[in-house]
Design a protein around this ligand. Structure first.
Ligand SMILES: NC(=O)c1ccc[n+]([C@@H]2O[C@H](COP(=O)([O-])OP(=O)(O)OC[C@H]3O[C@@H](n4cnc5c(N)ncnc54)[C@H](O)[C@@H]3O)[C@@H](O)[C@H]2O)c1
Length: 265
């Protein structure tokens, strides 16, 4: 399929190998999109992610953006339009999920950091992307990578869980106002995926829950999943591709579980 020829997709926090952001970009590039790899820093790993995408045939720009800074979010979108001509699909993917602590011990600074990146960052970028999409007059797609933690509570992740629930609110509030401009806004809620962030959670939760090894923890997770395995970046990427396609034009304000049936509401 070549559903995204002539379109540019921007994914925040996409500079890590095996991350969800990289998986999303690979899927869109394979369907014809050009893309922007963005992360808090464009380091050697992010350059390697970009180079692999170029090898798949895409025009690729790399733009550093700390999403907790609204000025950098505006600059990300402006520089995208300058370099690529448009910002048609914007994915809020940057996130912090590795600050795990019992709720009663969470430092206010850690709370503020997670909210600043996961929730405020998505808001700043949504605002910047929507302004550019409205100015271009061609509609657009905004996709928020929320989480299973947007639908249910998890221990030792109070700021993360709160930020992801907040992302669903942001999705709905934005969808209501941006529909008039032909812009849809949806959230994708993946279950566990063993990315860099996911691997740190595996280490922590396997110990917390008393498993002898990370492998035993993952085996138990797979056994409890109706589809028999944890998530993969390609599962989330496929949902994003559908949401960004013409087929999903009439779908907005949704928070779609991509969890093999682990989450059903
Ligand atoms: N891995 C999972 O199990 C899982 C499940 C559900 C949702 N998610 C969400 O998916 C998204 C991607 O996570 P991932 O698992 O691919 O992990 P990851 O660590 O590979 O990706 C997170 C990215 O965010 C970037 N980032 C952190 N702070 C930033 C900032 N201030 N500005 C810009 N970028 C910043 C990191 O550098 C990194 O590239 C996150 O929002 C995460 O919450 C992950």
């Amino acid at each position: 399929m070549a559903r995204f020829v002539g379109k540019t997709i921007v994914v925040t926090g996409s500079g890590k190998q095996k991350g969800l952001g990289q998986g999303i970009l690979q899927r869109f590039v394979d369907e014809g999109a050009n893309c922007v790899v963005s992360d808090i820093a464009i380091d050697a790993e992010a350059e390697a992610v970009a180079e692999e995408l170029r090898a798949r045939g895409a025009k690729v720009a790399t733009i550093a953006c700390d999403v907790s800074d609204p000025a950098q979010c505006n600059a990300l979108v402006e520089n995208t339009v300058a370099a690529m001509g448009s910002a048609d699909i914007f994915v809020n993917n940057a996130g912090i999920g590795f600050m795990m602590k019992p709720m009663l011990e969470v430092d206010p600074k850690d709370w503020a950091t997670v909210i600043a990146v996961n929730l405020s960052g998505a808001f700043y970028c949504t605002q910047a992307a929507a302004k550019a999409m409205i100015a271009a007059g061609k509609g657009g797609r905004i996709i928020n990578i929320a989480s299973q933690a947007a639908k249910t509570g998890f221990p030792h992740l109070p700021a993360y869980v709160s930020s992801k629930h907040g992302m669903v609110g942001l999705t709905r509030a934005s969808a209501v106002e941006l529909g008039a401009h032909g812009i849809t806004v949806n959230a994708v809620c993946p279950n566990h995926v063993t990315t860099g962030l996911g691997a740190q959670q595996n280490e922590y939760f396997s110990k917390l829950l008393g498993f002898d090894t990370v492998e035993a923890y993952l085996k138990n997770m797979a056994a409890k999943n109706p589809m028999g395995r944890p998530g993969l970046p390609s599962d989330t990427a496929a949902a994003c591709a559908w949401l960004a396609s013409d087929d999903a034009f009439y779908v907005t304000g949704e928070a779609i579980n991509v969890s093999g049936g682990e989450e059903m509401h």
